[in-house]
Unconditional design. Structure first.
Length: 347
């Protein structure tokens, strides 16, 4: 099927649905082996929610496959339902319409979602990666040799994703503005096909799409995210859900972090267990896993301040139409104390 590439208008917020139509983050937490899960409480503690709607991205989520959240919550009378999305922006849109309670995304989708009026809150952060798992790539034989050469070119990426931020930041490094390029939004799966077919000037993407493009299409990286102040991803929650179910959120985050700790210590086993699900060979997965970060960290004022800087950059470049205050998507210190497991490292 021929992929249609239409230039992306800067004023896309005129239509709410376009804000989200996907991080990175590809593998939010990985494991495939037995992970010790704290013993669940024996009695139902009066949770308002009896079903938790979890969102995950199409690039995979081993927390879902392992079933650790279900294992923890079932004795408490709470079930878990999962929904898959192409990427972070689509997941955020689903949260906006009440289809997702908790989900993981990159640093950028929550900013676009907040600008569009979504009632969301930051509940935990994923520790930043080394930046090598995201990049601006071109075909090996492309005459484009540097980010500066992107001026006037048609650049494809998922609008509202972490790739969006990487592109804006990389352009600024070489004195270019977002308006200096032809921005085209495509979900990563569609962009992958177009890139392999040689239809794109450049593509901004993340693992596993980046690693696959490097392997199958010999893609050349103009600039990865290393050295750019990327935040890492976030677990986001619907404000109403989090406010009404703080203990439930704490148990969910604790389960996720336990999986992340195991994954960080066992990359080879993780790769072998993920391979059948994602249909990616083990050596390529090992490259991806070594470029990722899996463990959670608490939300702090520093993290929120850094997130504000990203939002300000988007406002400055007229990527979003108005200034947003990240603090409006944060909880109170008392609320964070209630939902943040003591097992999550502060570092």
């Amino acid at each position: 099927m021929k992929t249609s590439l239409k230039p992306l208008r800067v004023d896309f917020f005129q239509r709410l649905s376009l804000v989200f139509l996907p991080g990175i983050l590809a593998f939010s937490s990985l494991t495939g082996c037995s992970v010790e899960t704290p013993k669940a409480e024996s009695k139902v503690t009066g949770f308002k929610a009896k079903v938790v709607h979890m969102g995950y991205q199409s690039s995979g989520d081993i927390v879902r496959l392992k079933g650790v959240i279900e294992e923890r919550l079932k004795p408490l009378g709470v079930s878990v339902e999962w929904a898959q999305f192409a990427a972070g922006p689509q997941l955020m849109e689903a949260m906006n319409v009440g289809k997702v309670d908790v989900g993981s995304v990159g640093e950028t989708p929550p900013i676009f979602a907040q600008a569009a009026g979504t009632s969301l809150v930051y509940i935990a952060s994923l520790k930043p990666s080394n930046g090598e798992g995201s990049g601006i790539i071109v075909p090996q034989d492309s005459p484009i040799r540097s980010v500066a050469d992107l001026k006037g070119k048609k650049i494809v990426f998922q609008k509202g994703s972490a790739s969006h931020y990487l592109l804006v930041k990389a352009l600024a490094e070489v004195g270019l503005k977002y308006s200096d390029i032809q921005a085209v939004s495509l979900p990563p799966a569609d962009a992958q096909a177009a890139f392999i077919q040689g239809k794109l000037d450049a593509w901004v993407t993340w693992d596993p799409y980046l690693a696959l493009a490097q392997k199958t299409a010999n893609a050349r990286v103009l600039r990865n995210a290393k050295g750019i102040a990327t935040q890492g991803g976030f677990y986001m929650g619907s404000r109403n859900f989090v406010s009404e179910n703080p203990e439930l959120v704490r148990l969910i985050l604790e389960s996720i972090d336990n999986v992340g700790k195991w994954a960080a210590a066992n990359p080879n086993q993780v790769a072998q267990l993920v391979a059948p699900t994602l249909k990616i060979d083990v050596p390529t997965l090992e490259v991806i896993i070594k470029r990722r970060s899996y463990q959670l960290r608490p939300i702090t004022s520093e993290i929120l301040d850094n997130q504000q800087k990203i939002a300000n950059l988007f406002t400055q470049e007229k990527v979003i139409p108005k200034h947003i205050n990240i603090q409006e998507a944060a909880l109170t210190p008392e609320q964070y104390a209630a939902i943040t497991p003591k097992t999550i490292s502060q570092k």
